[in-house]
Design a binder for this molecule. Structure first.
Ligand code: MG
Length: 373
């Protein structure tokens, strides 16, 4: 009896092999912990993890040991790889925490269950990690890129982005701003991330292809996340009926939120496994684009969900004009960034605001306060 003839046996053997690998890994970590406890740090946990990456990941994975590095060289962490360290820096940044009060589709929604830019980011990260792990690519690099990809998003979602794009000389793109956040703005000096994480953040949208497969995974995962959760939110908000989704999209991708996400993720894994590329099959890709087009026609442009957008754009443009006239009122953390011009200072400051902060500043600057008796 051979395992090859019996798929169930193969599964059991695979499970046992994985368990053995886990035991070896755990013992290695335990051994190192004991050595560190005794004061012997000649072998570091990071080095073991780098070795495990080398042994276990696909030949197409971006290994943390092969990073092109950071702009400013640093002593490496004893415990975490460079990509794990980048992920933690992003997670602990103020720009990341502000995402919880930034619009995804619905501006400042009152319901508890609508997505915000933060929950969108977490969904992107979860989808991207699932794909990366299945393809034995670098999950830590994937997670770092996913968590950082929207750090430069403006208040009020794409309405805010369009408003800044219209008034700021040279235009405005949220992916370029995300890079600016991690390179310069966060904490007044940036996060000094690795080249691969910055590359993935910059190229998560647009025409330029990320240099790593992990970056390409985030590109797809962003679309998978927002198309699907925006449908879910639009149904929740009464903008869409589940039955109004094009019949072809339901037939190929599935009827429920869960089914559609599963179809897209599984398709990418099947198409990309063992290849130096991240791909969707032409039929799933074409249908996903069809669904995206449907969302633009029914939710993203001109729907009831967008009725406050004009006001939101006015807030952003008014704040921009105000800070150009009054640059001294821009907080010192931004001011001391040696920006080349006042427009850039104003743009950076406004892009970093949450929805609620932009509304409160606008109210303070432009809405007269009632006289207190
Ligand atoms: Mg996104």
């Amino acid at each position: 009896m051979t395992a090859a003839k019996f798929p169930a046996c193969e599964k059991v053997l695979l499970r046992e092999r994985r368990f053995l690998k886990f035991v070896v890994y755990y013992n290695q970590i335990l051994f190192i912990r004991i050595r560190i406890f005794k004061g012997d740090v000649s072998v570091k946990i990071r080095e073991i993890t780098e070795n495990i990456e080398k042994q276990n990941l696909s030949k197409y994975a971006a290994l943390s040991i092969n990073t092109k590095g950071r702009l400013i060289e640093e002593i490496k962490c004893d415990i975490r790889t460079d990509y794990q360290r980048d992920r933690d820096r992003i997670l602990h940044s103020k720009a990341f925490r502000r995402l919880k009060h930034k619009t995804q589709v619905f501006i400042s929604p009152e319901g508890d269950h609508y997505r915000t830019r933060l929950t969108h980011t977490l969904e992107v990260s979860q989808i991207a990690r699932t794909i990366a792990r299945a393809l034995r690519l670098n999950e830590d690099l994937t997670e770092a890129i996913a968590l950082g990809h929207d750090l430069g998003h403006t208040p009020f979602g794409h309405a805010g982005e369009n408003a800044l794009d219209e008034v700021h000389p040279g235009g405005f793109k949220h992916n370029e701003q995300s890079l600016r956040v991690v390179e310069i703005l966060e904490g007044g000096k940036g996060l000094n991330l690795t080249y691969e994480v910055k590359d993935g953040i910059l190229k998560h949208t647009g025409d330029a292809e990320p240099e790593t497969l992990e970056g390409k995974i985030v590109y797809f995962s962003d679309r998978i996340a927002y198309i699907n959760h925006d449908i879910d939110d639009a149904i929740r908000g009464g903008i869409l009926e589940a039955s109004s989704i094009p019949e072809e999209c339901i037939r190929i991708l599935g009827f429920t939120h869960k089914e559609r996400i599963n179809t897209m993720i599984t398709d990418i894994i099947n198409e990309s496994i063992g290849r130096n590329e991240i791909l969707m099959s032409s039929i799933v890709n074409r249908t996903t684009n069809e669904l995206r087009k449907f969302m633009f026609e029914n939710v993203y442009v001109g729907s009831a969900a967008k009725k406050e957008e004009k006001k939101a754009k006015n807030i952003i443009k008014s704040l921009y004009e105000y800070y150009i006239q009054n640059p001294d009122e821009i907080p010192s953390e931004i001011e001391r960034l040696k920006a080349v011009d006042i427009e850039r200072l104003a743009c950076d400051y406004i892009a970093g605001m949450s929805d609620s902060f932009a509304i409160s500043i606008f109210t303070r600057l432009f809405i007269p306060s009632p006289w207190q008796v």
